[in-house]
Ligand binder design. Structure first.
Ligand SMILES: O=C(C1CCC1)N1C[C@@H]2C[C@H]3C[C@@H](O)[C@@H](O)[C@]2(C1)O3
Length: 130
């Protein structure tokens, strides 16, 4: 239905805006591109679902997300993977984990402040109807 496509177009605009704002934040630079498997050969043995901000943007443009909840589930892999792969007490790992936690908190704060609950409910009705 045309009205449904209008809702999903607005969802994609909202999700692109969030993703671009995160990509511009210097704290989150390490999350902007996929982890380089040449540089980290064992990464895929540890991390089963790699995720990064550029991949989120590609997924949005490929109409992968019909609700904000589906987007958040993928966004959560970015910081969860970082916490899992970088668990040590050395300063490098601690810095990555601090930024991972900042990413988690920032995504949730933006959505709490800027997503209308009724809009997300309309998206969920569209998803259940498909
Ligand atoms: O987990 C990550 C990214 C940081 C957030 C996502 N990486 C795994 C490697 C461990 C650490 C050391 C760097 O050499 C670099 O290769 C990585 C990239 O950081």
């Amino acid at each position: 239905e045309e009205q449904e496509e209008d809702v999903l177009r607005e969802l994609r605009l909202f999700l692109r805006n969030i993703t671009e704002r995160l990509s511009l934040d210097r704290r989150f630079k390490a999350f902007t591109k996929p982890v380089d498997i040449e540089e980290v050969p064992d990464y895929l043995m540890v991390i089963k679902k790699p995720m990064d901000l550029s991949t989120l943007l590609t997924n949005i443009d490929e109409h992968k997300y019909v609700t904000v909840g589906e987007f958040m589930a993928d966004a959560d892999f970015i910081w969860k993977n970082a916490l899992e792969y970088n668990p040590d007490s050395d300063p490098m790992d601690r810095n990555i984990r601090h930024r991972a936690c900042a990413l988690k908190d920032t995504v949730r704060a933006i959505i709490r402040d800027e997503l209308d609950e009724d809009f997300e409910r309309v998206c969920e009705e569209i998803r259940e109807s498909r």
